[in-house]
Design a protein around this ligand. Structure first.
Ligand SMILES: [Fe+2]
Length: 501
């Protein structure tokens, strides 16, 4: 990129990079292109969509809205604006924009999602049923129906919703496959198996069934059977990223550790943004006893850091701030059930992205933690070839935020955040039983994968304290110990991503 290039030249150069798969480098040029010429339509479409895909909808919204001032009612820009509004939970603005677009049939899924955000579940489900008729949105629409039923009415609601779907859509082959995956995520493995059997009885063989079997056996802790099915899935779909991920996990579980390491190295090359792959690599190195390489990758002393909140602007004390933040967050824990596919056990998680929560105390939270994130990033070692340090860029954004409320005996299973770069835990409220001492109730631990393997002792453990922020790489396995007592444990974690990396 040179400063003398015209917008069109920048755009053409960006398209060349994109065709070679250099997505982030291309995005920098698309950004430069629209900075040079804010009426450049294709530059705005490319850059806005990149930001949406990077889970950065507020930045995407600015791009689409600016471009719409030059290209009024442009179809793609309008859709981009709609998706950004929906992702930011600007529900009323989204519904009104959709109305101005004349409710195109291919936007039925987004209409349903906006209605679900509004709490109108009946109308949302009617829109999702419309979206099932469009092949491109059918899978997500079915999943949205099941997800909403599960969150609002628990396991009974999920069962009822799935039976209802079967009445209308039993002829669609994806339905039992989605059901199997969904019941697996809900922890009902018997029902997941039943869905797969139903599929196999009525439809031609599909490699996806092996992928789901592999996932179920991983959840059951049966590495051998998981590996067998994952290998079959990869043989049938060699480039399918989910099958490759299942194969690497099951290889670790079944003792094929060198193979897991090979897959992890390949995965890190192919998809450097996916924190799953360095997590598998770390586990493989630990399991093989390659501790020097493990330490070089994980670098706990440089990467797991705690910060304690002092004063927060606008509040008398950190204690007052935490009290008001806790009251606000508790009101947002509206669902009965713990979320699917998340690490929470014995608790609830807010269902929408708290980056866009407008309560002043939550806005203050992000202002208060930002300097700690800046300090953490500033102090990272300068090692361009390291998969975590090497992705650091000058600027960053919060890429997701949520709250978890754990009750007595609640905990997080060990997990990573595949879509994050830097992850966190912020402790808003902590039971008295969680304290420094021997039993480590409610502590967070790092470095232990969620499956049996050699050397599963934690690399480090941290005692939660009210107002404490813990920052760590998203690829580092982490989970918590159970705690007991009447009080609850309330957190507000968030993820961070570097810009253009
Ligand atoms: Fe986490």
């Amino acid at each position: 990129m040179s400063t003398s290039q015209t917008a069109e030249e920048l755009y053409i150069e960006a398209e060349g990079l994109l065709s070679k798969g250099q997505v982030h480098e291309a995005a920098r040029l698309h950004k430069a292109c629209i900075e040079q010429d804010n009426s450049h339509l294709n530059g705005a479409i490319r850059f806005g969509n990149y930001l949406l895909f990077q889970n950065n909808p507020d930045a995407a919204l600015s791009v689409f809205e600016q471009a719409l001032t030059k290209h009024t009612n442009h179809n793609i820009l309008s859709r981009g604006r709609l998706f950004a509004l929906k992702d930011m939970r600007q529900t009323e603005a989204g519904l009104s924009h959709l109305s101005s677009m004349g409710h195109p049939p291919d936007m039925a899924l987004t209409f349903g999602q906006l209605l679900a955000q509004k709490g109108d579940i009946g109308a949302a489900n009617r829109a999702f049923e419309q979206a099932i008729k469009t092949p491109a949105t059918a899978v997500t629409a079915i999943r949205n129906i099941l997800q909403t039923a599960h969150l609002s009415e628990g396991r009974g609601g999920l069962n009822a919703a799935f039976e209802q779907l079967k009445k209308s859509y039993n002829h669609i082959n994806i339905l039992p496959l989605i059901g199997a995956d969904f019941y697996r995520e809900a922890g009902d493995l018997d029902k997941a198996f039943a869905c797969l059997k139903d599929y196999q009885n009525r439809f031609p063989p599909h490699p996806e069934t092996d992928q789901i079997y592999a996932s179920i056996y991983i959840d059951k802790g049966d590495g051998e059977l998981a590996y067998k099915h994952a290998r079959q899935a990869v043989t049938a779909m060699p480039a399918n990223p989910v099958s490759l991920m299942r194969l690497s996990q099951s290889a670790l579980m079944a003792g094929h550790v060198e193979e897991a390491l090979f897959l992890a190295n390949k995965g890190m090359q192919a998809d450097p943004q996916n924190s799953f792959w360095p997590a598998i690599k770390a586990s493989a190195l630990k399991s093989l006893g390659h501790f020097a390489e493990y330490d070089a990758l994980v670098r706990v002393k440089d990467t797991v850091k705690s910060y304690d909140l002092a004063d927060v602007a606008g509040y008398e004390s950190s204690s007052e701030f935490l009290t008001i933040l806790g009251q606000t967050l508790r009101r947002l824990h509206e669902w009965k059930e713990q979320p699917l596919s998340q690490s929470v056990r014995g608790g609830t998680q807010t269902s929408w992205d708290l980056r866009f929560e407008q309560s002043p105390v939550v806005r203050s939270f992000f202002s208060a933690v930002r300097p700690f994130v800046e300090e953490y990033i500033r102090e990272l070692p300068d090692e361009p070839s390291h998969p975590f340090f090497g992705r650091r860029t000058e600027d960053f954004y919060f890429s997701g935020a949520w709250s978890v409320l754990l009750k007595s005996q609640g905990y997080h299973v060990n997990h990573i955040h595949p879509d994050g770069w830097l992850s966190s835990a912020f402790y808003v409220d902590i039971p008295d039983s969680v304290r420094e001492g021997q039993d480590k109730s409610g502590w967070i631990n790092f470095g232990v994968p969620p499956f049996n393997m050699k050397c599963s002792t934690p690399d480090t453990e941290i005692c939660p304290v009210k107002g404490r922020l813990v920052l760590f790489p998203s690829f580092l396995w982490h989970g918590t110990h159970r705690f007991s007592g009447e009080q609850s444990r309330l957190t507000l974690p968030f993820d961070v991503r570097p810009q253009f990396s």
